[in-house]
Every structure is written in C-alpha cells, then in structure tokens.
Design a protein around this ligand. Structure first.
Ligand SMILES: Cc1cc2nc3c(=O)[nH]c(=O)nc-3n(C[C@H](O)[C@H](O)[C@H](O)COP(=O)(O)OP(=O)(O)OC[C@H]3O[C@@H](n4cnc5c(N)ncnc54)[C@H](O)[C@@H]3O)c2cc1C
Length: 439
C-alpha cells in the first residue's frame, strides 16, 4: 500500500468509468478497481450484449463492449490508476477508508478518503439443483458468449424482460428455434423488443409456464415446465437453456458496512450518499428502477460530484482544468501467442507443435463476445503464460472437440493445459494445472 487515494471507485461499468472521468477532471487522485470475476466482467453488463441502441450520441447504435472500451479510454486520458481485481471486503469504520482486493496474487489493502461503489448487478439463477448441475453443459446466462454452441439446435430462454427478448433475438442467429418461457401471460419487455421478437418466425412462446427441472445427465436435453395457472406439467425438448430473469446487486463485500435494503441494493439518500458519509453509490447497485446504461453513467457523474463536495469540505482542492493527455493505446494487457482459426486437433497431443515448442502447452478456446475470455487472457498474461487461442466461431469443429473432451460442456473459455481440460475461467483449477505443467 503506497498511497492514499482521494477517490477509490469500485466497478468499471458505465457508472464507474463516468465517476472516474469526473473525479479525475476535478484533480483528485483517482483509482478504479475494475472487477475481475466475482461481480461480472470488467466493463460490466454491457460486455454481455451486442447492439446498444439507446445510448445517446451513437445515432446508429454501438456495440456494448465497444462503448465500454471507449469509456475506459476516455477515463484513462485523465491519468487515473486502475487495479484489476475484485474488492473482497472493506472497512468503512476508519479514516481513510480501507478497501481490500484480490487479484489471484493474494489480498491487497488500499486506502481512500472517499469511495464510490459502482459494482452493478449480476445475473440471477432459477435456483434449481438441476440448473446448477448442468451449468456450462447447456445452461447459460450469456447468449452472446455461448450461443454459438447451439447452431441449428433448439434452445429456450427463461424470462420476460428486455434482456430475455434480446437474448432470444440474438440466439435466432445460431439456433433453429428459440422458445421464450415466462411465468406470466404479459411480458415486461419494452414494446419495441416485443414487436421485434413476435415478428421473428424462429421465436416461439411458452407463457404462463415456469421451469421446474432442467432435464439431462451430462448435457441439457430439455426442461420440465409447469403451467402457473393449472399446475399441469409438460416437457419441452431443448439442448440449451438461457436464464434471463433479472439481476441481483453486487453488494456482498459491503454487507454490514453500509445500509442495504432487503434485496441487497445500497440505500442512498441525498443523491448518491450512502449511510456512511464519504461513501457513495452509483448505477445499478443502488437503482432498482431504471437500470440503464445512461442512468448508471449519470449517477456516476453525480457520485463524483458528491464526493468532490465531501472532499473539498475536508481539504481545499481547486477545481481546475486538467489537460487531457493523448489517449493511450488500448491496454495491451495480454499477449496472445497466436490466434488460430482452426484447432490443430488435438493441439496438446502434437509432440512437435512448432509454435509451442517444448514449453508448457496451453490452448484457450474463446469466442469474440466472451468477457470471461478477456479476463482469462489477462490472468494468463500476468503469469507470463504463452498460449494458443482458438476462436471457435471460426472453427466450428473446435466447439465439437470441446464438448467431446470435456464430457459435454458447451461454454467458453475452455482451456487445455498439457492434456487437462478446464471449463470456464476457474482460477484455482487454472493455477493448479499451470503449476503442474511448468517445466
Ligand atoms: C444483456 C444486457 C443487455 C443490456 N442492454 C442495455 C441497453 O441496450 N441499453 C441500456 O441502457 N442498458 C442495457 N443494459 C443494462 C445496463 O447494462 C446496465 O444498466 C448498466 O451496465 C449498469 O451499469 P453499472 O456501472 O451500474 O454496473 P455494471 O455495468 O453491472 O458494472 C459493474 C462493474 O462492477 C464490477 N464489480 C462487481 N463486483 C465487484 C467487486 N466485488 N469488486 C470490484 N468490481 C466489482 C464489475 O466487474 C463491473 O465492472 C443491458 C444489460 C444486460 C445484462
């Protein structure tokens, strides 16, 4: 721990980056803890979507990940620091505030005079044992990440809000049929999305139905549905199930330190002030009503201005114009040894693989939309691990290989490390496999 920050921002979604832009331009020593895994990917929820059409300033829409990259670049121009880690716990009873982070290299302690919490929200699950068992084996919460595995297959989406319909519409690019399952007869989604989904011939509807069981041993084979009015049960055969039933606020590290409402949202009063003076909250983590990128960004700006008022009461800081520096090149946070369009099948069993030579043989299977793949790349880069990246969208055979080798998993990232298959970005399993395979 080398310095006390003026403003420490937790989260790198629209709220976090906007707060950073405002705090840095007000000349505060500002740091953003970007998040890694526990509360979703760095960049936040928009990393999981495709076209964002309602963020002002982009008349033709903008891809979610591109919007977040632009926000990050804009914030970095003003000289903020970033810490790539998850916040695990905090101590708001002392001054300066103490924030602990974990990045896979052990816990670190940071101090700040003001804290802005912008940790957003994560996908909710149904809570069924069968759903848990088949997660990654056909059960997913990210259509843009895993949809590719379901080419020409029948899948279902659970939910009736905007996210569910966006996922359903996206999935029709890959799947032959997408059934939307919703507990009620009315959808909550916006009218425009409902119209689009209803006009899509590949989308079918199971309204007034709830999922009571996900069927299948090694992989999803179908879902058992119950009619919410009559109680009658039926089976819908599908090979993929995408859960889009809303989000829960990412507030676990702050429990017991600030006031939360019964659903875990941070309670704010007087704009963005939490129950602890000097700790502010912005975005979806404190907003159960609007939950939009633009409202999250706006409340990020408000939180930074509120933090400024709090800090300037404590010590005088002149509001001054900070000259932006030339935009840095996008963080070259990982080095891919090679991105290949087709998997040398099977790579790690090829004794004389030229590019990997005699060293540790690591292959990562990805898709271009997968935020966990980006996090995993940074994880490998920080350990100096060289790897082959196989984009399964460019090599459909690789998707089949993953499924075969992993015993039915259909999700990315998937790793192959000296013959060991690791599904998902499981840091512990990766550490173990990497240390075992180091020469
Ligand atoms: C599929 C999908 C599509 C959407 N489409 C649209 C759209 O078209 N238009 C629109 O306006 N809105 C859309 N939204 C909603 C929008 O994405 C959210 O309202 C917005 O992202 C909220 O921003 P935020 O900054 O509050 O939180 P988030 O975007 O959720 O970001 C939270 C950040 O906090 C980090 N974090 C979490 N926990 C921790 C921790 N313990 N330590 C450190 N960091 C942590 C995460 O890594 C992330 O960086 C969509 C949402 C989804 C899921």
């Amino acid at each position: 721990m080398s310095q006390v920050y003026d403003v420490l921002i937790v989260g790198s979604g629209p709220a976090g980056w906007t707060a950073a832009i405002y705090a840095a331009r007000a000349n505060f020593r500002t740091v953003v803890v970007t998040g890694m895994q526990s509360g979703g990917p760095p960049g936040g929820q928009l990393m999981l979507t495709t076209l964002v059409e309602n963020y002002p300033g982009f008349d033709e829409g903008i891809l979610g990940p591109e919007l977040m990259e632009r926000m990050q670049r804009q914030a970095l121009r003003f000289g903020i620091s970033t810490i790539e880690a998850d916040v695990t716990r905090v101590d708001f009873s002392t001054r300066p505030f103490v924030v602990y982070t974990e990045d896979g290299f052990g816990e670190k302690k940071h101090e700040a005079r003001a804290v802005i919490i912008a940790t957003g929200a994560s996908a909710r699950w149904l809570g069924l044992p069968s759903e848990e068992r088949l997660r990654g084996r056909g059960v997913s919460s990210c259509a843009t990440c895993d949809g590719f595995f379901f080419r020409d297959q029948e899948v279902a989406v659970v939910g009736g809000g905007d996210t569910a319909l966006e996922e359903a519409i996206y999935l029709t690019r890959h799947a032959s049929k997408v059934t939307v399952i919703h507990r009620r007869d009315q959808l909550r989604a916006s009218k425009i999305l409902q119209e689009r989904a209803k006009a899509n011939p590949a989308i079918e509807w199971q309204l007034n139905k709830e999922v009571v069981e996900v069927l299948g041993d090694e992989r999803v084979k179908g879902v058992r549905l119950r009619d919410t009015r009559t109680g009658e049960e039926s089976v819908l055969p599908v090979s993929g199930l995408f859960i889009a039933i809303g989000h829960r606020p990412n507030t676990d590290p702050f429990r017991g330190q600030i006031a939360l409402d019964p659903d875990g949202f941070i309670v704010t009063e007087r704009n963005t002030q939490t129950s602890v003076p000097g700790v502010f909250a912005a975005g979806d983590v404190q907003d159960r009503r609007y939950r939009q990128a633009i409202t999250a960004a706006a409340s990020g700006a408000m939180a930074a201005l509120d933090a400024e008022e709090y800090l300037t009461g404590e010590r005088r800081i002149e509001w001054s114009e900070v000259k932006p520096e030339p935009a840095p090149a996008p963080a070259a946070s990982y080095t891919t040894m090679a991105v290949i369009d087709s998997a040398p099948s099977p790579v790690t069993r090829t004794a004389e693989n030229q590019s990997l030579g005699r060293r540790r043989k690591v292959v990562m299977y990805t898709t271009s939309w997968c935020p966990d793949c980006q996090a995993a790349k940074r994880f490998l880069a920080r350990r100096g691990v060289e790897y082959l990246e196989v984009d399964i969208e460019k090599d459909p055979k690789a998707a089949e290989m993953i499924e075969r080798w992993s015993g039915g998993y259909r999700t990315v990232p998937t790793f192959e490390i000296d013959g060991t298959i690791i599904v998902d970005f499981d840091r512990e399993a990766l550490e173990k496999a990497l240390s075992g395979s180091t020469q």
